[in-house]
Design a protein around this ligand. Structure first.
Ligand code: PLP
Length: 377
């Protein structure tokens, strides 16, 4: 934002007050004594990890969660000092980064534990890690059926401390709670197995946003919230219980840069897929699929101009999109165009955009590219 003074009028506004409010709402939802891990992977779901994490830390965030060691290192360089958990563990060769930057990795492979133990021994330190157990997601984690054997191997590593146990839910947002309940009981058994092997982990965590909302019994003493922190709810949480009242954190804006009146029968944009049915007012906005306005919105979506909806006309192109403002007779060049966010009475959410193109809001917000400046308000 501060490198050049004048720039393209396309920006994502990030409401720090909404972020903090959501964080506090989520904290209040948790069982007393449970800490909240603010998941800020993927550049805080596209919201800007450095600024979001700084604001959350200033508001007392207990833990941060990232996917990659690289993301954890970048937060440390930005001055974040609270514990940082690396959900995806670390890659071969990154154990020294874990030590140097005081990151807490998930561990689910013996070779990773071995590498970390060796580097910790060389540094004369004992390094905490959290063991990831697969209780039915089938993705990362030690399968719970292999846990006993795995735990016996872990005992060899004298420079490591098993300080937490986590698992991840596959469908805590679903209509049928039975599978999540089975994951919870498999997790509880896994904790018992570890305890039987002499491990006393301080941290027990299972729940993502959907889990912390629908399964209070899965709060453990730490819960990992990402999507809800950013105010995404409709395609994140189940309908029961009542969805949490959270505020969207990101809005996405552009401005009309060109406005013209064209006759009926005029084709608009690449492939000439939109043909005006009447004399029309057609406006161009400087945002395209390279900014994260997905090409699937071609002839399939709308934006808000002067508190009215304007349909997207023709194909979304890389840098530009065309909208039909024929029914907004006072529309002018320079008018603000809301792609995500609210005007006076109308509102468009990331969930609305996602639903229209058959994806989830997570993919919408993480897809807003780095070319779009984030403006923190
Ligand atoms: C991304 C992630 C989360 C956060 O999930 P949300 O649905 O965004 O709350 C929690 N745990 C793990 C392991 C994750 O990868």
């Amino acid at each position: 934002m501060n490198q050049i003074q004048h720039q393209r009028p396309t920006w994502a506004e990030i409401s720090v007050s909404a972020l903090i409010e959501n964080y506090l709402t989520l904290k209040r939802t948790l069982t007393p004594g449970t800490r909240l891990m603010a998941v800020v992977k993927a550049d805080a779901y596209g919201h800007g990890a450095a600024d979001c994490a700084a604001a959350l830390e200033a508001s007392g965030a207990d833990w941060f969660g990232v996917a990659l060691i690289e993301e954890g290192v970048s937060l440390r360089r930005q001055g974040i000092s609270r514990p940082i958990f690396c959900l995806g563990g670390f890659w071969t060769g990154q154990a020294d980064e874990v030590l140097e930057h005081d990151l807490t990795p998930a561990v689910f492979r013996l070779d990773a534990a071995e590498e970390l133990d060796a580097r910790a021994a060389a540094a004369g330190r004992t390094i905490p890690y959290h063991l990831k157990v697969d209780t039915g997601m089938g993705r990362l984690g030690v399968p719970d059926c292999d846990l006993m054997e795995f735990a016996r191997e872990l005992k060899k590593f004298s420079n490591l401390r098993l300080d937490g146990v986590l698992t991840h839910f596959a469908e805590a947002d679903g209509h049928d709670p039975a599978f999540t309940r089975s994951q919870i009981s498999r997790y509880e058994r896994a904790v018992e197995v570890l305890s039987g092997c002499g491990f006393k982990p301080s941290w027990r965590h299972l729940a993502n946003s959907a889990g912390l909302h629908a399964f209070p019994e899965a709060h453990g003493n730490l819960a990992r919230a990402g999507a809800t922190l950013y105010g995404l709810t409709r395609d994140v949480l189940s309908d029961h219980p009542e969805p949490l009242q959270l505020r969207p954190v990101m809005s996405l804006y552009s401005r009309i840069i060109l406005l013209k009146t064209v006759p009926a029968g005029c084709a608009i944009g690449y492939g000439r897929t939109f043909v005006t049915a009447r004399e029309s007012r057609i406006a161009t906005i400087p945002i395209g699929y390279a900014d994260g306005l997905r090409r699937a919105h071609s002839n399939n979506g709308h934006v808000i101009v002067r508190d009215r909806f304007a349909p997207i006309a023709g194909r979304v192109s890389m840098d530009l999109t065309i909208i039909d403002v024929t029914d907004i007779d006072d529309a002018q060049p320079g008018d603000v165009v809301t792609l995500i966010g609210s005007d006076k009475s109308l509102r468009l959410t990331a969930e609305d955009l996602a639903e229209r193109i058959g994806t989830i809001s997570y993919e919408i917000v993480t897809g807003i590219s780095s070319r779009v400046p984030r403006v923190f308000v």
